[in-house]
Ligand binder design. Structure first.
Ligand SMILES: Cc1cc2nc3c(=O)[nH]c(=O)nc-3n(C[C@H](O)[C@H](O)[C@H](O)COP(=O)(O)OP(=O)(O)OC[C@H]3O[C@@H](n4cnc5c(N)ncnc54)[C@H](O)[C@@H]3O)c2cc1C
Length: 483
């Protein structure tokens, strides 16, 4: 949306754009229609305005831009792939925003296979980081459905999780060192490639998960792992979440650290995928109330992995935990099973407006949480449709609520207007179960107002003091995480 400015402001805006162009070159200062895609979030829930979208090509250029922003009193909104789900990369409606796009920070700087580390720049898409590691004979295990566009800087700034956290941990656990441009425009070169480094406060941990509110990550040193020799993938159908939890326990006993994925989704999720992405079909003749996608990654050959998977599924059938199962017989079949799971967000978006919750509770309490919270929502918001899926192995569910279907009398707009009440129902329950209102997506602007309800005053005050210390003028991504 174009910003209408009085003459003096328009002249100042032109002068600022000229100064930005001197740093990055005119081709990398985007305005008007070129800037538009960067002013809304992936879900189209937030739209803002910016004087310009700038694309620096080096860490030094990022530092110069941040110093320029300080001189001109501009807010800096870092943006990577813009796939975040909390509006964290979308500027507000103010007229002094600079969106700093990291996609030209796109170099894999170095790979050290013996040290099992890789230094990559913030704008490298996650998929390319995985490919670079594989070409060096190593695994970079962070994996999520948006990996074609999501960047390493965005992954670290949201402390992304994804499908392999169960075995390898989230983005924070995969990062050894960072290079950061501070709110003052200094460059902190903290690209340690060390597993052990106890030298005072861990600055790296402050910037990870900060959603761009403390500084700009320009590069990272990440951990690599040996490439597995084989993987085994199975989809099972079962009756309820209690059974899925007992299956998780059994899978951990059978496969231990070989278990790298354990993803749950409901039958309604599968129905949405089949309806909106007709090329994807369930492999089962009959439907089941719930499904679990299991992945093993092994350092033995494919025969050994399949035998392990068959043993596990045999034991699960004997214990009456599962009703049916299919094992992928090829990489293509495994991809088809994963596509069912990874297309749920897209299918849910195609179905209409929805209210997302990215929650975690202790794994042992998930079934009880789902039972109780489903009942409360059904009572308070008759007709809503639950779209429940996620990383059961980490205690993390995308516990989403879709608007009631046609004929309910509540249109999409009316449903979204009730988001605060839906949030309150679900997040109060999460809190009661000792959980978190954001397991892996962050806070952004979407959940900012929710945070003080569930964090203690001491925790909020400490966070505010950190923000004040590192960004005293509140220019780094204002309005995100904290108000
Ligand atoms: C279909 C789909 C599936 C998804 N699945 C998952 C999943 O399984 N697990 C998961 O955790 N997330 C998931 N996400 C969310 C999203 O992909 C992740 O949050 C991802 O890490 C964001 O990366 P990005 O580059 O797109 O960041 P952006 O959306 O561009 O930015 C996200 C936040 O990070 C800040 N930021 C970006 N780059 C930098 C930087 N260099 N320095 C400082 N701050 C920066 C932004 O200001 C913003 O606050 C999914 C999203 C989609 C659309």
């Amino acid at each position: 949306m174009p910003v209408r400015l009085p003459m003096a402001e328009a002249q100042e805006a032109a002068a600022i754009r000229a100064a930005l162009a001197e740093v990055v070159g005119p081709a990398h200062v985007l305005a008007g229609a070129d800037a538009d895609p960067h002013l809304s979030d992936w879900r189209k829930r937030f739209t803002g305005t910016a004087l310009a979208v700038v694309r620096p090509g080096s860490t030094e250029e990022v530092a110069q831009l941040v110093r320029l922003a300080a001189q001109r009193s501009l807010a800096v909104v870092p943006q990577g792939g813009n796939t975040g789900l909390c509006g964290g990369a979308t500027p507000d409606a103010g007229n002094r925003n600079l969106v700093l796009l990291t996609t030209r920070l796109s170099r894999v700087r170095s790979i050290d296979p013996l040290n099992n580390t890789m230094v990559i720049e913030a704008g490298v898409p996650l998929l390319r980081a995985q490919d670079a590691a594989r070409e060096a004979g190593r695994l970079f295990p962070l994996s999520l459905a948006a990996e074609g566009s999501a960047t390493i800087g965005g992954n670290l700034s949201t402390n992304a999780g994804g499908t392999q956290v169960l075995r390898y941990g989230n983005a924070r656990e995969l990062c050894l060192g960072l290079e950061v441009v501070t709110a003052e425009g200094e460059i902190w070169s903290g690209l340690n490639a060390l597993r052990k480094n106890n030298t005072g406060y861990d600055l790296r941990d402050l910037f990870i998960g900060a959603e761009g509110t403390l500084g700009i990550i320009t590069a990272a040193c990440v951990k690599l792992f040996p490439l597995p020799r084989s993987t085994g993938t199975a989809l099972v159908g079962l009756n309820n979440v209690d059974q899925a939890l007992r299956l998780l326990d059994l899978a951990q006993q059978h496969a231990a650290s070989t278990l790298t994925g354990f993803e749950l989704f409901s039958d309604f999720c599968l129905q949405l995928v089949e309806q909106h992405l007709p090329r994807l079909r369930s492999p089962f003749a009959a439907s089941h109330a719930w499904y679990v996608l299991i992945e093993l990654s092994n350092h033995q050959d494919a025969n050994a992995t399949n035998a392990m998977l068959e043993d596990l599924l045999g034991a699960a059938l004997d214990a009456r935990l599962i009703d049916d199962a299919v094992i992928a017989q090829s990489t293509a079949q495994a991809s088809e099973l994963w596509a069912l799971r990874e297309s749920i967000s897209e299918a849910q978006a195609a179905e209409g407006k929805n209210i997302k919750h990215d929650i975690s509770v202790p794994i042992s309490r998930i079934a009880e949480f789902v039972r109780e919270t489903n009942a409360q929502l059904a009572q308070r918001f008759p007709g809503v449709r639950m779209v429940i899926f996620g990383h059961l192995g980490d205690g993390n569910l995308h516990y989403n609520v879709s608007a009631p279907g046609f004929g309910s009398g509540l249109d999409d707009g009316g449903f979204i207007a009730r988001q605060p009440e839906v949030y309150e129902t679900v997040h109060d329950q999460v809190h009661r179960f000792g959980g978190s209102i954001s397991a892996e997506h962050g806070i952004g602007q979407l959940k900012r107002a929710e945070l003080p309800r569930y964090k203690s005053p001491v925790e909020m005050a400490l966070m505010r003091r950190i923000k004040q210390a590192l960004d005293p003028d509140h220019r780094m991504n204002p309005g995100k995480v904290l108000d």
